[in-house]
Design a protein around this ligand. Structure first.
Ligand SMILES: Nc1ncnc2c1ncn2[C@@H]1O[C@H](COP(=O)(O)OP(=O)(O)OP(=O)(O)O)[C@@H](O)[C@H]1O
Ligand SMILES: [Mg+2]
Length: 423
């Protein structure tokens, strides 16, 4: 059996924390079996390495490893993605298609964000877990598969069960073995080590001398909450490495890179919020895309009206609401509520459904939502937003109206953010 140290090296895992070691040890122990494993832990703690370790150390290592992000697949297509469909099962299903459970036969499926699975899909998954059986969408033929399932979640599954969003029987089936990864704030000994590793990686990548922290900067690093865990720490290390001329970083400088500067002592925070702050950068992109699409539709409608009626005063009067929405200062309630305190922007319910329908009708035999092994490199949502605002203001020499228009937000929202970020 490979040692924990060797596994860490092989999978690029840094740290000597006891709980981390225990998690890796558990992964090594369960790997030769077919036991289902649930990996739990906050966003950014490194859950994705665990299923890779389990797969690579198992007898399935020559089989397929498919990572599926359950949260990214629209509800309308998820059954078909996972279990396949028959030709004609729905509009656009022009050919029979195999799902991941068929393709990954003899291999491993990693169900990331498993808490996001719709209840109907949970029933199908339970059946696979119980006897390896599944049925393609639109078929009545029972098929067999031999897949090892590793799932991960950063949400509280007991809460989800209580709210009847997740089946209790499925939870127990999935979590035969539970591997928990500790949050970074509980791995004090590893924080500086990880920072040094990332700083040295980025120095190499950007061909610059490695940044070094002064003692007071290290103290700050250790007492910070790291809601985004290792992902956030890496982003901070990258930003500091790229942006700071002086390669010795003191506490005052480092403070600028840590969001909520005034509140970096350990504190009771709302868990669901802190998890989502860093788990859903994707969502801000969705929101921007959906908003753009909605604006485009509004613009199309206005143009059409203008073409039909010819008189722009009439059109203006009749479409005051639309004009306000596209160009004006109208308060975007949903947006503003969502960004309060640097929260994550969520996808409106109706757009999600729209998207599912579109996806069904343009369905192709592709594995859009799964990948075989992927590396993720993201700035935290907070940092991205800050960076976007800064750049836009620079581009427009501080002119808020132009920057707000470019960012697709109202001037008032921009003003609030300038104050909030202390720009
Ligand atoms: N121990 C570690 N050593 C080095 N890098 C790590 C370690 N743990 C995590 N990382 C890096 O941190 C980033 C986040 O890890 P990962 O994607 O596995 O988080 P996660 O727990 O799946 O988060 P989420 O719930 O948001 O999906 C990745 O880039 C990963 O390579
Ligand atoms: Mg993940």
């Amino acid at each position: 059996m490979e040692s924990i140290q060797a596994i860490k090296q092989r999978f690029g895992i840094i740290g000597n924390d006891q709980k981390l070691n225990r998690a890796i040890e558990k992964a090594i122990q369960v790997s030769p079996t077919d036991i289902s494993v649930l990996v739990t832990g906050e966003s950014g703690v490194g859950k994705e390495s665990i299923p890779k370790i389990i797969h690579q150390l198992s007898h399935r290592k020559h089989g397929k490893y498919i990572a599926v992000n359950c949260g990214a697949i629209p509800e309308g297509t998820i059954d078909s993605e996972l279990f396949g469909h028959e030709k004609g099962a729905f509009t656009g299903a022009t050919a029979t298609r195999s799902g991941y459970f068929e393709v990954a036969d003899e291999g491993t499926i990693f169900l990331d964000e498993v808490g996001e699975l719709p209840l109907t899909t949970q029933v199908r998954l339970l059946r696979v877990l119980e006897n390896g059986e599944f049925i393609k969408v639109g078929s009545s033929k029972v098929q067999k598969t031999n897949v090892r399932i590793v799932a991960a979640t950063n949400v509280n599954m007991f809460e989800a069960i209580k709210k009847e969003k997740f089946r209790e029987d499925l939870y127990y089936r999935l979590s035969t073995v539970d591997i928990n990864l500790p949050p970074l704030r509980d791995r004090k000994e590893d924080i500086h080590l990880l920072f040094r590793k990332f700083a040295s990686d980025f120095a190499l990548k950007y061909k610059m001398p490695t940044v070094k922290l002064t003692d007071d900067a290290v103290v700050l690093l250790l007492k910070y909450r790291w809601n985004g865990n290792i992902r956030q720490l890496r982003n901070v290390a990258e930003q500091v490495s790229v942006l700071e001329q002086n390669r010795t970083i003191n506490g005052v400088t480092l403070q600028n890179y840590l969001p909520n500067n005034n509140n970096n002592l350990p504190a009771v925070v709302n868990n669901s919020k802190s998890e989502s702050d860093f788990s859903s950068e994707r969502e801000i992109l969705y929101k921007v895309l959906f908003d753009m699409k909605s604006d485009l539709n509004d613009l199309k409608k206005l143009t059409m009206e203008l073409m039909k009626k010819g008189s722009d005063t009439d059109v203006q009067k009749e479409n005051e609401h639309l004009i306000q929405k596209i160009y004006g200062e109208e308060k975007d309630e949903e947006f503003e509520a969502a960004v309060e305190d640097l929260e994550v922007l969520s996808i409106p319910e109706h757009t999600h459904t729209d998207r599912s329908e579109e996806t069904i009708s343009s369905f192709e035999d592709k594995y859009d939502f799964a990948e075989e092994i992927e590396e993720e490199e993201t700035l935290s949502l907070h940092d991205k937003e800050l960076e976007l605002i800064k750049k836009s203001l620079e581009r427009h020499s501080g002119k808020r109206k132009l920057a707000a228009a470019e960012l697709g937000i109202s001037e008032r929202t921009l003003y609030r953010k300038i104050k909030q970020f202390d720009l």
